[in-house]
Design a binder for this molecule. Structure first.
Ligand code: ADP
Ligand code: MG
Length: 419
């Protein structure tokens, strides 16, 4: 069984090469080979086949060069180029009868593969595998016939078995692995595409809902304002409502923008106390509406590094959540602590609290327990801003007791200031 042994050895080399190629493709995460790239590794396969071919007589070489030609021809459309290469390589071993029968086999094969390539890709994967195996089997039979006519081998059973069994088996294994890898890749791409679509859909729905509501309200009040006989006091009140509604629409847009682009635009020194006071000023009316009492206690010192606007947005979202967690009023504590290396900002409320499952899901896009009133984007934006500012967040919460958010940020050390 010399020939069989040799061809099996050939096949194992081809599979090793295939394995290396697949690993490389996986690592560089590109599975779509260019024609040039496919040609290179198929050429390498053919060369390996020639190197390890088995010679029964000086003119006849037994190897598996047929496999790369068929695979390349059907899957990459480079059958003609590969067949030409095989003929060229074979010519280095001498121009004799073996060489001519090589031309007789590979030239028509190259042309047929080239013609078949567009049709081949229109078939379903299962049919592609079956077709590749059948075409290999036909060529194997042809090879055996040519061999029988020109140079009958001494060990007929061995030669027949080797030629009829191993090439179709090899082609089956390789095409199967190909189709498997391709299906995986397609599935992965599909998944990413559907996920993206879903995100866009949800985003569209949330945006239209979240922005349309305040806008409709604003339009309503503007219509009321058009009334001539409106007392000035009412006018001011309506204008305030319009402003608040427009601000809330603006806030939603801001959150979306931060979500899609979480990096910090402008890095500057942020005076924590000053900025938090500003945020509190913005939220005071909302707190009053909900009968929430704000207790602020700031350490005197303390600056951190970051984007001022993002910092506002972050704490606006957190404090708004705290106020919303106390629909029947309560206490909101805002404290900062200062140490030599970090600043801790603590936001504590006496609201509805969260279960551990809710804490776990905090920051997940679109996760909200507020029904149509919530967007489920606030905390996601908070986490992404804090991450961008090298800070971290800890959450402690107890249902019906309240929630504490502690933020830790590295302290800002100005270059001029030296201790
Ligand atoms: P939204 O406020 O639009 O619901 P967020 O991302 O801001 O979305 O918050 C997500 C969820 O986290 C809220 O729906 C709420 O259930 C919970 N949550 C956030 N902050 C608090 C808090 N201080 N107390 C209780 N629950 C909170
Ligand atoms: Mg919120």
């Amino acid at each position: 069984m010399e020939i069989t042994k040799h061809l099996f050895f050939n096949l194992s080399l081809l599979i090793v090469i295939l394995f290396v190629v697949l690993v490389w493709a996986e690592k560089s995460s590109k599975f779509r080979f260019s024609k040039g790239c496919s040609f290179v590794w198929l050429l390498f396969m053919i060369w390996i086949c020639f190197q390890f071919s088995y010679q029964t007589s000086p003119h006849y070489f037994f190897d598996l060069r047929l496999i790369p030609v068929i695979i390349g021809g059907l899957y990459a459309g480079i059958g003609l180029a590969l067949a030409g290469t095989v003929i060229l390589m074979r010519s280095f071993y001498g121009i004799e009868p073996g060489f001519y029968s090589n031309i007789l086999l590979y030239l028509p094969l190259g042309i047929i593969l080239w013609k078949l390539y567009p049709w081949f890709w229109k078939q379903v994967p299962r049919k592609r595998i079956r077709f590749s195996v059948i075409i290999t089997l036909i060529l194997s039979v042809l090879t055996v016939i040519v061999m029988e006519i020109s140079a009958p081998p001494q060990n007929r059973f061995d030669a027949w078995f080797a030629y009829l069994m191993i090439p179709p088996l090899g082609v089956f294994m390789i095409t199967y692995v190909f189709e498997f890898a391709k299906r995986n890749l397609d599935m992965r791409e599909n998944l990413v595409r559907t996920e993206k679509l879903e995100a866009v859909e949800q985003m569209g729905a949330a945006i239209s809902h979240e922005i349309r509501n305040p806008l409709t309200a604003a339009i309503g009040f503007v219509q009321l304002l058009q009334e001539q006989r409106l007392p000035p006091r009412k006018r001011v009140e309506y204008l305030n409502i319009v402003k608040a509604e427009l601000e809330s629409a603006e806030q939603v847009i801001q959150n979306y923008l931060t979500f899609s682009k979480p990096s910090l635009d402008k890095i500057e020194e942020i005076n924590v106390k000053k900025e938090l006071m500003q945020v509190l000023n913005i939220l005071k009316p909302t707190a009053n509406q909900n009968s929430v009492e704000i207790n602020a206690h700031f350490s005197l010192l303390g600056s951190i590094k970051g984007d001022r606007q993002k910092f506002h947005q972050c704490f606006l979202n957190v404090i708004k959540n705290s106020i919303e967690a106390m629909p029947r009023g309560g206490q909101l504590y805002i404290e900062t602590h200062y140490s030599s290396s970090q600043i801790i900002i603590e936001i504590k409320d006496t609201g509805v609290g969260m279960t551990s499952e809710q804490i776990q899901r905090l920051g997940e896009p679109y996760y909200s327990t507020k029904g149509s009133k919530g967007t489920g984007l606030g905390m996601m934006v908070v986490f992404s801003i804090v991450r961008a500012m090298d800070g971290n967040v800890r959450v402690k919460s107890e249902v019906d007791k309240g929630t504490v958010f502690s933020f830790t940020f590295p302290i800002f050390k100005s270059e001029i200031h030296k201790d």
